[in-house]
Ligand binder design. Structure first.
Ligand code: R5P
Length: 276
C-alpha cells in the first residue's frame, strides 16, 4: 500500500509517493507522478483547503493515469463544510458542490471531523473523529463538557458520555460577521472541557471562555479536531483565560504556549497515534 500525502496533510508522518508539481506562466498547475506505481494500491491523503481543490482532483487523475489503484481517499480536514445548506437567499451551497464532485470519483472516502454530517445527504463517506484520541492527553479532572453551539451538541455528547459527565451548550447566533453568545447555566467552580470541531479566528472559543468564567467555571480546557488559527487567533487565545487547548495535526501547526498539537497520523493508518 502506498500513500500520496498532499499539501496541508504533508506534515503527517506517512511515507509518500513522489510527484512533480509545476506552474505554467499563466498560472495553470501541472502534476506528474515520478514513481512506478503501476498496479499498486494507493491511499490518497489530502485535506481540502479553500484553494487546493483543483490540485486535489488533478493528483487523483495523475495517480489513475500512472496505473495506481486508489483504494481510499482520506481527507483529514475538509473546507466548505460549514456551507451545508442555504442560510440566506441566493447563496451557493459550497459544501454540496464539493461533495457532488467527490461522489463522482467513486472511491471510498474517509473524512475526519467534518463540520456538518448533514453533507451525507449529498454523498456517502465514512466519518472518523480524532476527539476521543485527543481526550487521552487532557488532564484527568471531573469536567463538565460544553459545546460552544447547539450544532455541536452531538459531537460534545460523545465526549461527555466517555467521561460520564454533564453536558451543556452555549446559545450562539452569527449575524453577518458578528457572533452573539449566551450561556444560560450556572457553574460552581467546576472545571470545563469545551469540545469543538475547529478553531478558526478563535472568536467562538474566547467568547465561550469569557461566558463560562462569568458563569462560575473553574479551569477551562478545550479539545478541537482542527486548528486553523487564522489572523491573530493564537495571540488572542494566549491572552484569554483558557488553560490549554488540544488540537490534532490535520493542519500544519506547531505547539505553542496554550496549544498542544497532537500527531494523529497513525489514526489515518488505522493504528493508535502518538502525541508531540
Ligand atoms: C462553528 O459552528 C464551528 O463549530 C466553530 O465553532 C467555528 O467555526 C469556529 O470559528 P471561529 O474560531 O472563527 O469562531
Amino acid at each position: 500500500m502506498k500513500y500520496l500525502v498532499e499539501q496541508s496533510a504533508s506534515h503527517l508522518n506517512i511515507k509518500s509517493i513522489k510527484y512533480e508539481r509545476k506552474y505554467f506562466p499563466e498560472g495553470e498547475v501541472y502534476f506528474r507522478i515520478l514513481e512506478d506505481i503501476k498496479g499498486e494500491d494507493v491511499v490518497f491523503v489530502s485535506s481540502i483547503m479553500p484553494n487546493n481543490f483543483l490540485d486535489f482532483l488533478f493528483l487523483i487523475d495523475a495517480i489513475k493515469n500512472a496505473g495506481g489503484n486508489i483504494k481510499k481517499i482520506v481527507i483529514p480536514f475538509i473546507s466548505y463544510a460549514r456551507q451545508d445548506r442555504i442560510y440566506s437567499f441566493g447563496e451557493a451551497i459550497s459544501g454540496k458542490v464539493i461533495c457532488s464532485i467527490l461522489d463522482d470519483l467513486n472511491i471510498p472516502l474517509e473524512i475526519f471531523d467534518i463540520h456538518s454530517v448533514r453533507l451525507k445527504e449529498y454523498f456517502d463517506f465514512s466519518s472518523k473523529s480524532v476527539l476521543s484520541y485527543l481526550l487521552g492527553f487532557v488532564p484527568k479532572k471531573k469536567f463538565v463538557v460544553v459545546s460552544p453551539d447547539r450544532g455541536g451538541l452531538a459531537r460534545a455528547d460523545v465526549i461527555a458520555d466517555i467521561l460520564g459527565c454533564r453536558l451543556f451548550f452555549i446559545h450562539k447566533k452569527r449575524i453577518g460577521e458578528k457572533i452573539f453568545m449566551e450561556f444560560l447555566n450556572k457553574l460552581n467552580g467546576e472545571d470545563v472541557l469545551i469540545v469543538d470541531d475547529m478553531i478558526s479566528t478563535g472568536e467562538t472559543l474566547i467568547k465561550s471562555v469569557n461566558l463560562l468564567k462569568k458563569a462560575g467555571a473553574g479551569d477551562i480546557y478545550c479539545i478541537s479536531a482542527h486548528g486553523l488559527f487564522v489572523k491573530n487567533a493564537i495571540e488572542r487565545i494566549n491572552k484569554s483565560e483558557v488553560k490549554k487547548i488540544f488540537v490534532s495535526n490535520t493542519l500544519p501547526l506547531k505547539s505553542s504556549k496554550k496549544v498542544s498539537v497532537l500527531d494523529i497520523s497513525s489514526l489515518i493508518l488505522g493504528k493508535h497515534g502518538k502525541g508531540n
